[in-house]
Design a binder for this molecule. Structure first.
Ligand code: MV4
Length: 512
């Protein structure tokens, strides 16, 4: 096992990796930018080294500097977390060439999966089902139309260097293709420095289901079942769960075997995830492979009962996986809500400021993977995800009830967060039935993001109601006509019901 590991990340995932190392008896080196001098990951690591100013392009993304810090501090391996340098093949290669271990897949596997057209070719060769479409980029609109007509409209144009939705265009008719291709190419060039675009049949209303694989350097590859990740907005996942209501044990085994075949074809080692679209007929299609530990790994950990980050480190240190595939049967249900510094009632606008007060939920089946504390300053330099709230319970219904309870216990004062949005989703009948697809969230945004109740509005509404009652008595009408006080919410933690700010405004107008 390694004696010391450098953690090339910040926030909750840096803390997550540090915790895994501590339990394995491995020393840790944190790196931090000037904005993160007082961040929890800096304090919790055994050592911490300043690597640059706040912009990540001058700190967390300067690979050579991170490698230099690892060499100077005597670290033997680097864990990249997610984001930042985690899927840059050049970084994985540079780490290896410096005589260090990259805690992730080989650079060649990152490369093989990095080009989406190359990944499709590899998948097809391995017998993995992919969406009908091209395995090369399209030359021009004429060729793209000819191809589209072989599998029919609508088609989806995608950036070959992409992933995560950038450079994608839905095209519903041949007449729209030339313009869509030009704009997809422009966006791909700007985002990835590569304007190659390929074409697939567009699958309407599918679920986004992904299967995690774990591979060691001795040829053992297992899959750890699926996660349902359909609740997303603008390609940012908000809520994930494991298992998926749409996946039977039989389908789980088939999708898992498919993910294992894709991983083997790529020469994969370490933890990775195959993304699939699952359509309403139960057909699934490989989309791409994420060659990193993902944000949502805890839901798999909870239903499968293992520490994935520890296994990433063990496998990177050369240990063989001691598991058999039959060891992995999901137990109970896990749900994760991403707590972000975004204001749901204001178009998910990023919110900044100091966390004045933080109260964390605890109790049975609750896990908090966070990177914040009371006093943390939230700025705009980094991703708005502050923490993940994860619950585990025997059934899906009980997991939803547990998540509601935990969200109500959570208090974050000082900034706006996604907490109220998550409560609305937990309360939504579609979510409770598991009747969701990748379009669900964006189709239900108004009801999921209407302004929440706050204490001051309740106070105003109560004063206004008292005034109206007083005026009514003075006018001698006998009975006041305002709604009964039992309709008033009793706590600002209850985010359901009417918008009391509006009630207060209306009542104060009526009484003036
Ligand atoms: C698709 C698709 C439907 N049909 N491909 C989105 C990001 C990248 N990982 C692949 N993605 C998709 N590829 C075909 N052929 C649907 C998605 C998709 C999506 C599309 C529009 C809006 C939200 C989405 C969320 C997840 C996946």
């Amino acid at each position: 096992m390694f004696r010391k590991v450098l953690v090339a990340n910040r926030g909750e995932i840096a803390l997550r990796v540090i915790r895994a190392c501590q339990e394995l008896g491995v020393k840790t080196v944190a790196v931090y930018s000037e904005a993160d001098a007082r961040a929890p990951h800096v304090r919790e690591a055994d050592e911490a080294v300043l690597v640059g100013p706040p912009p990540s392009s001058q700190s967390y993304l300067v690979g050579e500097r991170l490698i230099d810090v690892a060499l100077r501090t005597g670290a033997q391996a680097i864990h990249p977390g997610y984001g930042f340098l985690s899927e840059r093949a050049w970084f994985a290669r540079a780490v290896r060439e410096a005589g260090l271990v990259f805690i992730g897949p080989p650079a060649e596997a990152i490369d093989a999966m990095g080009s989406k057209t190359a990944a499709r070719q590899l998948a097809i060769a391995a017998g993995v089902p992919v969406v009908p479409g091209t395995t090369e980029s399209v030359r021009d609109a004429e060729e793209a139309i000819a191809i589209a007509e072989t599998f029919g409209f609508p088609v989806l144009l995608k950036a070959a260097a992409g992933g995560g939705g950038k450079g994608m265009r839905i095209v519903r008719a041949a007449s729209e293709l030339a313009d869509a291709l030009a704009s997809a190419k422009r966006e791909a060039q700007n985002a990835f420095g590569d304007d190659a675009v390929y074409s697939e049949k567009y699958i309407e209303g599918p679920r986004h289901v992904e299967n995690l694989v774990l591979a060691d350097a001795h040829g053992n590859v297992v899959h750890l079942g699926e996660r349902e990740c359909s609740v997303q907005r603008r390609h940012q996942k908000m809520i994930e769960e494991a298992p998926s209501v749409a996946v039977s044990p039989e389908l789980r085994a088939r999708m898992g075997a498919t993910a294992v075949a894709a991983a083997r074809a790529a020469g994969y080692v370490n933890a990775g995830t195959c993304e699939f679209l699952l359509d309403r007929d139960g057909q699934y299609y490989f989309l791409e492979m994420n060659t990193r530990i993902q944000v949502e790994h805890p839901v798999t950990e909870l239903v499968m009962g293992l520490d994935l980050v520890q296994w990433q480190i063990r496998v990177a240190a050369g240990e063989a996986l001691p598991f058999a595939q039959k060891d992995f049967v999901p137990r109970g249900w896990a749900i994760e809500c991403r707590i972000t510094s975004e204001d749901p009632s204001n178009g998910f606008l990023p919110s900044t400021g100091r966390i004045e007060y933080l109260h964390l939920p605890t109790g049975p089946g609750v896990r908090w993977d966070g990177g914040i504390e009371s006093g943390s300053d939230i700025g705009l330099h980094y991703d708005p995800m502050l923490a993940k709230l994860i619950v585990h319970a025997p059934t899906r219904d009980l997991a939803i009830a547990r998540m509601r309870r935990a969200l109500r216990e959570l208090t974050i004062d000082g900034i706006e967060t996604s907490r109220s949005f998550h409560l609305r989703v937990m309360d939504h009948p579609d979510f409770q039935r598991g009747d969701i697809s990748i379009q669900w969230l964006e189709q239900h945004l108004p009801e999921l993001t209407a302004p929440a109740v706050d204490r001051e509005s309740i106070r105003l509404a109560a004063i206004a109601a008292a005034l109206v009652a007083h005026e009514a008595r003075r006018a001698g009408s006998g009975t006041a006509t305002t709604s009964s006080t039992s309709d008033l919410p009793v706590s600002s933690r209850d985010d359901r019901g009417p918008t009391w700010r509006d009630v207060a405004r209306r009542e104060s107008l009526r009484s003036s």
